[in-house]
Design a protein around this ligand. Structure first.
Ligand SMILES: Cc1cc2nc3c(=O)[nH]c(=O)nc-3n(C[C@H](O)[C@H](O)[C@H](O)COP(=O)(O)O)c2cc1C
Length: 199
């Protein structure tokens, strides 16, 4: 069966990871419109565990200066690769229209912490889909320098209490459209649970 077509289905399929942006800023009302939708994700006990730290372009430029000045950042993910990865990141950062650092507030109990992590990930997907529907490109990045505890603290998060979901880059896409990474057939990942032959 072909998947159904609908405005939502089209947005879900159209969302792509884009890593090159034109440098065009995103105005605050547009950012808030996206985050307003992100926060409608399901959340057990209505904990709303997500926290959004929004970096507009002046903050992105300031963060880039911090990443250069902080010697520990070039050591991640390991000292051999860190400097090259950081150089690539610094090249790309000025293109972003905005970056939203997303964290979730850690819970003491593992089961609740996992639920809260899942809820915050659902909020990120809402954000990505809302961005796609609004004509923005997006990129969910967990590159080591951006989720480093020092970077999170620089953004205003408390890494002792909050975990990193990732840095969500938003902006206008530059360059050739990204190739569409194929998905495996649904049947490879789907099991119908039979009612027969069960204890
Ligand atoms: C939690 C998470 C973290 C990700 N971090 C990175 C990253 O650090 N670098 C990267 O190139 N892509 C990252 N991605 C994006 C994936 O590479 C991308 O979703 C995948 O290639 C499928 O492409 P699509 O998003 O265009 O469907 C991340 C995705 C998720 C869900």
């Amino acid at each position: 069966m072909n998947p159904p077509s609908s405005p939502l289905a089209d947005v879900i399929r159209a969302r792509r990871t884009v890593k090159s942006f034109t440098g065009q800023p995103i105005a605050r009302p547009a950012l808030e419109a996206l985050l307003e939708l992100a926060r409608w994700a399901p959340t057990h006990r209505l904990s709303e565990p997500w926290r959004f730290y929004c970096l507009e372009q002046p903050a992105i430029a300031a963060l880039a200066r911090y990443l250069v000045a902080e010697p520990q950042i070039a050591q991640v993910p390991d000292p051999a690769k860190g400097a090259a990865k950081l150089a690539k990141l610094l090249e790309r950062l000025p293109g972003a229209g905005a970056i939203i650092q997303v964290t979730w507030v850690r819970a003491d109990e593992t089961a609740i912490d996992l639920e809260d992590h899942a809820a915050a990930a659902a909020a990120v997907q809402n954000l990505l889909l809302a961005a796609t529907a609004a004509g923005f490109a997006s990129y969910w990045s967990t590159t080591a320098a951006l989720v480093h505890p020092l970077t999170l603290r620089w953004c205003g998060a408390d890494p002792a209490r909050e975990g990193a979901l990732g840095a969500i880059w938003l902006g206008m896409a530059a360059g050739a459209p990204p190739t569409v990474p194929a998905r495996r057939p649904l049947a490879d990942r789907l099991t119908y649970v039979s009612a027969v032959d069960r204890p």
